[in-house]
Design a protein around this ligand. Structure first.
Ligand SMILES: Cc1cc2nc3c(=O)[nH]c(=O)nc-3n(C[C@H](O)[C@H](O)[C@H](O)COP(=O)(O)O)c2cc1C
Length: 178
């Protein structure tokens, strides 16, 4: 039996999990679960950052960011980068056991240990007075490790970390990427 909820936030709580990513900008790194595909053409993604985060300040000024897709083995690094602020801790990478290099098309770092790095230029900011400020980033450079498998990635919502489920229909990752 379906129950009608008066608490509208329950509609958000009921959503399935989202991919969790490292967002890098300048020399900083943070974690975002508010991340989504936005457009095929031009290839663009969107990320939601709370305005009080250091990352928000950096994206506003640099107009760029990178999305780095972690594997489920990197959960400890996710917890570290998702709890320390770059305002107080200037070497989150080292604390999280991660290394970086500068992107090709952006001035910000990308994460060496992530199989996928998307270098993005901010093309739009959504002007909406919500909890998260959404930045739309047009992808300017893509790095994908040949051993990357979607099944190695990690999903997150409401404090729950999950694996990606089994493929039930469609092409295998190796037929799409290689
Ligand atoms: C699993 C997980 C998901 C998160 N998702 C978001 C998010 O989507 N947006 C956001 O602003 N903060 C999110 N956070 C919190 C930030 O990553 C965290 O506050 C971080 O320390 C901010 O760093 P900064 O102040 O250096 O930008 C998340 C944290 C975790 C652990």
């Amino acid at each position: 039996m379906k129950k009608t909820h008066n608490e509208l936030i329950d509609g958000i709580k009921a959503l399935p999990p989202f991919p969790v990513v490292f967002v890098t900008v300048g020399k900083n790194i943070m974690v975002a679960g508010a991340f989504h595909f936005f457009s095929y053409n031009p290839p663009s993604v969107m990320v939601g950052i709370k305005p009080e985060k250091y990352t928000y300040e950096l994206i506003k000024s640099m107009k760029e960011f990178a999305i780095n897709i972690p594997s489920k083995e990197q959960l400890d690094s996710i917890k570290i980068c998702g709890s320390l602020s770059g305002r107080k801790e200037d070497n989150k990478y080292e604390r999280a056991g991660l290394t970086h290099k500068q992107g090709n098309k952006i001035n910000s770092y990308i994460v060496n240990e992530c199989s996928v790095n998307l270098e993005c230029e901010v093309v739009h900011e959504i002007d909406f007075d919500g909890s998260h400020k959404w930045f739309i980033g047009e992808i300017k450079q893509v790095h994908v490790d040949e051993n990357y498998r979607r099944s190695d990635t990690l999903m997150f919502w409401l404090g729950q970390f999950r694996e990606v489920g089994a493929l039930i229909e469609g092409r295998k990752d190796e037929d799409i990427f290689l």
